[in-house]
Design a protein around this ligand. Sequence first.
Ligand code: NAP
Length: 232
Amino acid sequence: MAEPRVALVSGANRGIGLEVARLLTGQGMAVVLGARDARAGNEAAARIRRRRVNVRSYELDVTDPTSIEAASGRLEEEFGRLDVLVNNAGVYLEGDATTMDRGTADLSWRTNALGAWELAVATIPLMRRHGWGRIVNVSSEAGSLASMNSFMAAYNVSKAALNAVTRVLAADLRGSGILVNSVCPGWVATEMGGRGAPRSLEKGAASVLWAVDLPDDGPTGGFFRDGRPLKW
Ligand code: NAP
């Protein structure tokens, strides 16, 4: 029997990340939940563990290069491969453009863009090994330059940067079998989205899953919601 595919989802102890992880276990993948709080990660893994489901949690803070290195080292040791990376971890910090403070901008960039980029760089060798991979950067239409506004400015700028990361990775990986795309889950009812958000977790996660399930001749370097292109 072929080895199951292996997926890593960052920020998977709650919200959209946890739901994406749950859905990936349903596809028969071995799923690793990345969580910066080890206990929260283990509790989340226990919530979606069932018979014949291979799910575990790694401590993973995407702003910490040592943590990224440790997680990719564990993937190598425990699976020797990675097939799917969902860069989901994110922060949504207050502040408009003219009152921006350095700490907010710095944490937004390091979590939402640089962390995703570094995690991809650390794990791409594990995808290249078998010439197949899907990298899904969970972005937001708030990062679209076409409709950019100043509400939560650091978040918007960091998601625009994440979209740029998608473009450069996809350019480097063209023809490698590894597809890289940005997706917006829509406005989803999570801690970040708030209770009033119109979209369910299931719907938001499905928008992300679409980019995992792409066929080998599917798009790369794109920006989508529900499988439909969004403006950069
Ligand atoms: P959420 O409920 O606030 O969850 C965010 C997750 O990211 C949590 O697991 C959090 O961990 C984790 N995280 C934050 N900083 C981290 C770090 N340094 N290292 C590792 N994990 C970290 O948010 P969500 O709504 O599920 O959002 C998931 C993704 O969807 C985000 O990228 C977000 O920008 C995007 N998105 C959401 C919406 C929406 O309406 N909800 C809309 C557009 C895009 P802790 O529990 O430790 O804080």
